[in-house]
Design a protein around this ligand. Structure first.
Ligand code: FEO
Ligand code: CA
Ligand code: CA
Length: 654
């Protein structure tokens, strides 16, 4: 049942919180770094006054006319860390696995049952949820509406575990096994509905769709038709088969889903010596995890040299049109894309913030050439095809600059190996190197604060190589050597306008247990005992939600600081108060987040429960680490979307 939306607090209080949260305070953390470097006179720059209008309507939530004001504090009691093999939430909340790997996606006449021993066929997998759910977004039905009880969820299936996917693991390796793996990656679109108190996946549904590594998609932007994009199967360099390693996501104001290709280079193998470009993107001479290159020549770079250039992009999908062709937007650059956080500039140009998740990589921003007109959805579909890509430079004094990556400017020309804008975008990392961007500690998710325009947050998940000999030293924005638990950085754009090319920044919080034994890896905030923040999102009230991904290998180490299984926390910006909302089962990470427009239902993804560490699962003993969600030793751990509601039907977090 739909409930009316009511502001929880009066507007003045909301403004006060918003403004407090976006005032650059230049944290003790960065100051300590500067003190070490004897730069003590920087407060004036960091404290520069900027006017920030308050924005009450989230531009990232299509058609969601939310009137929800930012609360002054959270309404739930923080739960303890946990090592239990289950999902825990605060008292008064109900959590339920909802869409598990192997559940039918809802294709008409094609609803295969999950087989617990990994014996589902390749074709069945194409009609079932993929593995390793990740980024996710909500789209109300009917299109353009705001119904909080009926909609679509689009979500990524980031990667696969061959030990779980097949009854006999990697034995008897074949093209059919590779095709099943390819069908277990990509994207699901499912129709979901709340009837009474119960959420269900609608099956069959005219919207249900699986997009896989073999789904045809088209290219847009400057790299389309570039010589480096052409292959024997696509001599024009304009259409690609599939998307893969889809990590985090984006949501456009015109109601499309953005899926972002992250660790695609892991799948390509080149036996011959790699060239500069291949080396810069990490293409290696072996792959024990996927082994697609052994039987599918598309993933052997020796056989198909330009195929890797066709991955590493942001892909736009219209979830409302199941027969639409997804488009890879080359204007947004090519790297190991984590996500794409979309907002609108003051003049309604579209801005996308994006992280490149690898040690010492960069944070990027794309600004569209044209402006968004909410009445012209078809025209909006082309906005991400043309614009300017920037990369961030974080100065040690708390200021920052967005450096444009434009062919012919700043020395980005033939002398640096770029002959066109298209080639520059295919080689985005090399262009960012050339202009002197700041090497960050693995940029993961980015979240734009819709209650404070121009205020942006980014998780820097970890970087154990920071400060090592031969690697980049610490700097103010990445202030810890051997940064095993990461931190969250935030910045405010000049004049509160996302299209500005200048900003001021600060560190929000350092990961780690503040009561930890090791001074160098301690967290900075009581109540925020977490490691490796990864997922990050604002809800419709302006509460910031943080999801963690400490690797199983770190959790398994004896020195791990007792922060338990991966978890999700919430904070109201400006309050410095963090509360733990959820803890996950053993071996999982918490990722993907979508709120219904009334903020009364929360969907999140539990990824890779039961992950044993750095290797694939043992098909003979798949439940060695976790039996979640089935609780059955004879089943397999299954990544799942879970649905969370308040027992009294109230607003999540209230
Ligand atoms: Fe797919 Fe960077 O996490
Ligand atoms: Ca991630
Ligand atoms: Ca991660």
């Amino acid at each position: 049942m739909s409930r009316p939306l009511k502001p929880l607090f009066k507007q003045e209080y909301n403004d006060e919180i918003s403004n407090r949260s976006i005032n650059p305070v230049f944290s003790d953390v960065a100051r300590a770094y500067l003190s070490r470097r004897r730069f003590l006179q920087m407060g004036a720059v960091a404290g520069a006054a900027v006017a920030f209008p308050t924005l009450l309507k989230s531009p990232a939530a299509w058609a969601v006319e939310t009137a929800l004001a930012r609360p002054s504090s959270l309404g739930f009691t923080s739960i303890e860390v946990s090592t239990d093999d289950t999902v825990r939430v605060p008292e008064g909340y109900i959590v339920r696995p909802f869409y598990r790997w192997g559940d039918a996606v809802g294709l008409k006449g094609n609803l295969p049952e999950f087989k617990t021993d990994g014996s589902n066929t390749t074709d069945e997998q194409a009609a079932q949820a993929g593995m390793h759910h990740d980024g996710m977004a909500w789209f109300s039905l009917p299109p353009g509406g705001t119904d909080p009880n009926h909609g679509l969820l689009a979500m990524n299936h980031e990667y696969i575990d061959n030990g779980l996917l097949f009854k006999d693991g990697v034995a008897n390796w074949s093209l059919d096994k590779v095709r099943k793996g390819q069908n277990a990656m990509g994207i699901s679109v499912i129709e979901v509905k709340k009837e009474g108190d119960n959420w269900t996946v609608v099956r069959p549904s005219e919207f249900a769709r699986r997009i896989t590594v073999n789904t045809p998609m088209s290219l847009t932007g400057p790299a389309k038709n570039n010589a480096l994009m052409k292959t024997a199967d696509d001599p024009q360099g304009e259409s690609v088969l599939g998307t893969m390693q889809n990590c985090a996501n984006g949501l456009t104001p015109w109601g499309t889903y953005l899926t972002c290709e992250e660790n695609w280079s892991d799948i390509f193998v080149k036996k011959a010596a790699p060239n500069t470009l291949e080396k810069r993107y990490g293409i290696s001479d072996s792959d024990d995890s996927y082994r697609w290159n052994e039987v599918d020549p598309r993933f052997s770079v020796d056989a198909t040299p330009n195929e890797p250039n066709r991955f590493g992009w942001v892909v736009e999908i219209d979830p409302y049109n199941p027969s639409s062709t997804p488009r890879k937007h080359t204007a947004l650059g090519r790297f190991k894309h984590e996500g794409a956080a979309i907002t609108l500039a003051a003049d309604k140009r579209v801005v996308a913030y994006m992280g490149d998740d690898q040690k010492f990589e960069y944070i990027y921003k794309f600004i569209s050439k044209n402006q968004y007109d909410a009445s012209l959805r078809d025209a909006a579909m082309d906005l991400l095809s043309e614009g300017t890509l920037y990369v961030a430079k974080f100065n040690d004094d708390g200021s920052g600059t967005w450096l444009p990556l434009i062919y012919g400017q700043s020395g980005l020309d033939e002398t640096k190996g770029f002959t066109s804008q298209g080639e520059l975008l295919i080689k985005t990392r090399l262009a960012a190197d050339a202009v002197g961007a700041t090497k960050m500690d693995r940029p993961e998710w980015i979240a734009v604060d819709s209650h404070a325009t121009g205020s942006v947050y980014c998780t820097l998940t970890n970087n154990s190589d920071r400060g090592k000999e031969g690697k980049a030293p610490v700097d103010a924005a990445n202030p810890r050597a051997n940064n095993v638990y990461g931190h969250i950085i935030h910045w405010t754009e000049e004049n509160g306008d996302p299209a500005s090319t200048a900003f001021t920044w600060d560190i929000l919080v350092l990961g780690g247990n503040p009561s930890g034994l090791d001074e160098k890896t301690k967290g900075s905030m009581k109540g925020a005992e977490f490691g490796s923040a990864d997922g990050l999102s604002f809800d419709h009230r302006g509460v910031l939600w943080i999801q963690t991904d400490v690797s199983s290998s770190t959790i398994n180490k004896k020195a791990y600081e007792g922060m338990g299984n991966n978890q999700m926390l919430a904070t109201v910006p400006g309050t410095n108060e963090y509360r733990r909302f959820l803890t996950g089962p053993c071996g999982c990470e918490i990722t993907g987040i979508a709120f219904t427009p009334d903020n009364r239902t929360l969907f999140i993804n539990i990824q890779h429960p039961g992950e044993p560490g750095d290797d694939i699962s043992d098909p003979a003993n798949p439940t060695a680490v976790s039996t979640w969600p089935d609780g059955d030793k004879n089943s397999r751990p299954r990544s799942s979307t879970v649905v969370i509601v308040k027992a009294d039907g109230g607003i999540i977090g209230s």
